[in-house]
Design a protein around this ligand. Sequence first.
Ligand code: NAD
Length: 495
Amino acid sequence: MNITEHWINGRYFPAAGRTAPVTNPATGKVLGEVALATEDESNAAIAAATAAFPAWRDTSLTRRTQILFAFRELLNARKGEVAAIITSEHGKVLDDALGEVTRGQEVVEFACGIAHLLKGGYTENASTKVDVHSIRQPLGPVAIISPFNFPAMVPMWFFPIAIAAGNTVVIKPSEKDPTALNWIAELWKEAGLPDGVFNVLHGDKVAVDTLLTHPDIKAVSFVGSTPIAKYVYETATAHGKRVQSLGGAKNHMIVLPDADLDLAADAAVNAGFGSAGERCMAISALLAVGDIGDEFVAKIAARASSLRTGDGLRGCDMGPLVTAAHRDKVAGYIDAGEAAGATIVVDGRGVSPDSDGEGYFLGPTLFDKVSTDMSVYTDEIFGPVLSVLRVESYDQALEIINANPYGNGTAIFTNDGGAARRFENEVEVGMVGINVPVPVPMAYYSFGGWKNSLFGDTHAHGSEGVGFFTRGKVVTSRWLDPSHGGINLGFPQNA
Ligand code: NAD
C-alpha cells in the first residue's frame, strides 16, 4: 500500500498511528493512504522546525536567495509532475492543475526579491550624533494549514515568503490531496534548503490543534471553510499567535445592460465551472441588471451545455468533485433550489462523464430566477452551480453584495467607466474585478477577502505577507562622543 508519510527534518517519517484513504475522484479508486498525525508526530515536526530556526535565521540573505532561485528553477522545469499528482488526487483538469502551480510559482519569484523586501530605513543624526534604523526579523517556526482545492498554490501563497524571511515552517495539507506537498518537500531538498526548515505534517484536527496551541509555533496561516477559519483564528490568537485565517466565499458578478453579453457569458462560465466550481474565487451568483436576463441566461446555457465533463487527464473541460460526499452535498443544493422554485435551465445531475469507474461527477448546472432567501444563494456550495438573480438596478445589485456575509471576490461587467469606478469604491469585498471574473491578485499584491472570508488583519503574499512573517525592530544608536556626557534624568528629547 502506498502511504503518503510526513516529511520531517528533511526525510520521510514513518507514521505509527492512524491513516485515511486517498482517492482519485475521477475513478473512485483508492490510490493509497495518508498518515494522520498523532500529537507526538505533530510535536516531532514542530521540534524539527524549532531546531532548524536559529541557523536558518542567521543564514545570509544571499544564500537564502540562491536556494529560492534554485527552487524556482526546479519547479519551473518539473511542474508537470506535480500537476499530474494534483489531477490524480483533486480531480481538476491537467491544464488547470498546471495553472495553479504557475500562480504559486509567482509567489516564489516574488520571494526571490527578499533582500529588497526586507530593507529597513535609516536616519542619520535623528538627534545630535544619534542615528536610527529599522530592521525586520523572522518570527520563528510558523504553521500553514491548507484546504483541498489548491493543494499546491495555497501553501505557496505563504511558504516562499515565510522561508525567504528566515522562518521555518510546518505545513499541514488537506488530507484529501496530500501528496503534492511531499513532492514540493523533495524539491526544496534538491534546491539545497537545510533539513528542518520545511516540514510537512499530514493529518486532521489532531495535527491542527497541536499546531494552534503549541508554544513554539509563532504564527498560523490558515485557509479553509469559514467555520474552521473562525475556530483557527480564535484558538491560535488565544494561544498568543499571529494569525491570518482565510475562510469561505460567495462571489457575485454584476452584469450591467451595456456590457458585451457574449464576453460576460464566457467569463461567467469560465469563473463558475472552472475547477468544477471548487475555487474560493469562483463566481456563483450572477446579478443580471435590467432587461438582459433572458438573453444572458440563454447565452450561458448554450456555453454550459457544450462543456465536456470527465477525467481531468482526458482533455475534458471540467473534472469531478473531490469526494462522493461533496458531490452528494452539491446535488442536494440543486434539489433544494429546484424545490424552492428557482428555474433549472441546465441540470448537471444527469451528466454522462468521460471516465472509467465510479467518479464523483456532476455536470454544469444553471439556475435562473434565484432569490436571496434560497439556500442555493445563501450558502457556499463549492460546486459547478451558477445562479442568476434578476435585479432592476445597479443599486439593488450592490445592496445584495454588501448584505452578504462573505466578501472574498466580486466582478462587474460593463463598458461604463463611471459605473465601474463607483463599484470599486462602494463594494464591501476584498478583491474586485472590472471585466475580470476571477480577480486573483498578482504575487506582489496581497490576496484576501473581507467579512467572513478572512479573520485577522493581514492578507496573503505581497507586502502584507512580508509584514506577516516578520516583526519590526527600531534601533537607536550613538557612539562615544564627548557631547553625550553629563547627567540628565529627564525624558530624552530632540536636541
Ligand atoms: P476545510 O475547512 O474543510 O479544511 C481546511 C483545513 O482545515 C484542512 O487542512 C483540514 O484538514 C482542516 N480541518 C478540517 N476540519 C477541521 C477541524 N474540525 N478542526 C481543525 N482543522 C480542520 O476546507 P476544505 O473543504 O478543505 O476547502 C474548501 C474551503 O476552503 C471552502 O470554504 C473555500 O472557500 C475555502 N477556501 C478559501 C480560500 C480563500 O482564499 N479565502 C482559498 C481556498 C479555499
